[in-house]
Design a protein. Structure first.
Lengths: 119, 114
């Protein structure tokens, strides 16, 4: 159980293109989803917290107009990288929280990630 | 600011035991999680410590001392497939949303050699 699907897994596109990444919770509802970015050989950095039906909360230094997040339903959140440039090339990972439960040992379940390469 | 420190690289022999340490300085600490990540893959949950002490899950064990802001992951009977990056992550409860945030450490790259 608690499967998170992330699509696409790999994107290569030209500079200036906008890219949409989908994150779906397949067998549970997720009030909260998280978006991370990971550069090679570095840690996962939280970009934003996405809450269903409300605006996303962005971490300091993350441009909200650059990285548009929509969480329109309890099973789907999308991240759109607008006008992507080579410096946006990275590994983007989403996670979803089945229940905001302080007692759960595993509060977040991760998607398989999207490798974005901007030429 | 917040920080989680781990050794950047560790090399160990197949069949041996290795310990990966994690020291943290964060706000709103609720527990310490450990994740494994193979190259190009997603993080995989390994273990969680909400209380002080040792948690054992098969070949993997994790320890937490909240008074020392310190934890470690212990891997026993190392196998070649254990070569991966290992991240500690502080779990923080967000009262604003009721969600659980994860703040990841710098990561330790483990190489298991024959």
């Amino acid at each position: 159980g608690a499967v998170v699907s992330q699509h696409p897994s790999w994107v290569i596109c030209k500079s200036g293109t906008s890219v949409k990444i989908e994150c779906r919770s397949l067998d549970f509802q997720a009030t909260t989803m998280f978006w991370y970015r990971q550069f090679p050989k570095q840690s996962l950095m939280l970009m934003a917290t996405s809450n269903e039906g409300s605006k996303a909360t962005y971490e300091q230094g993350v441009e909200k107009d650059k990285f548009l997040i929509n969480h329109a339903s309890l099973t789907l959140s999308t991240l759109t990288v607008t006008s992507a440039h080579p410096e946006d090339s990275s590994f983007y990972i989403c996670s979803a929280e089945p229940n905001p439960d302080r007692e759960s040992n595993q509060p977040q379940h991760f998607g398989d990630g999207t490798r974005l390469s901007i030429l | 600011g917040q920080s989680l420190e781990q050794p950047s690289e560790v090399t160990a022999v197949e069949g041996a035991i290795v310990q990966i340490n994690c020291t943290y300085q964060t706000s709103g600490f609720y527990g310490l999680s450990w994740y494994q990540q193979h190259d190009g893959g997603a993080p995989t949950f390994l273990s969680y410590n909400g209380l002080d002490g040792l948690e054992e899950t098969g070949r993997f064990s994790s320890f937490l001392s909240r008074s020392d802001s310190y934890g470690y992951l212990l891997l026993q009977e190392l196998q070649m497939k254990d070569s991966a990056s290992y991240f500690c992550a502080v779990r923080q409860f967000l009262f604003q949303t009721g969600a659980n945030n994860l703040f990841f450490g710098t990561g330790t790259r483990l190489t298991v050699i024959p």
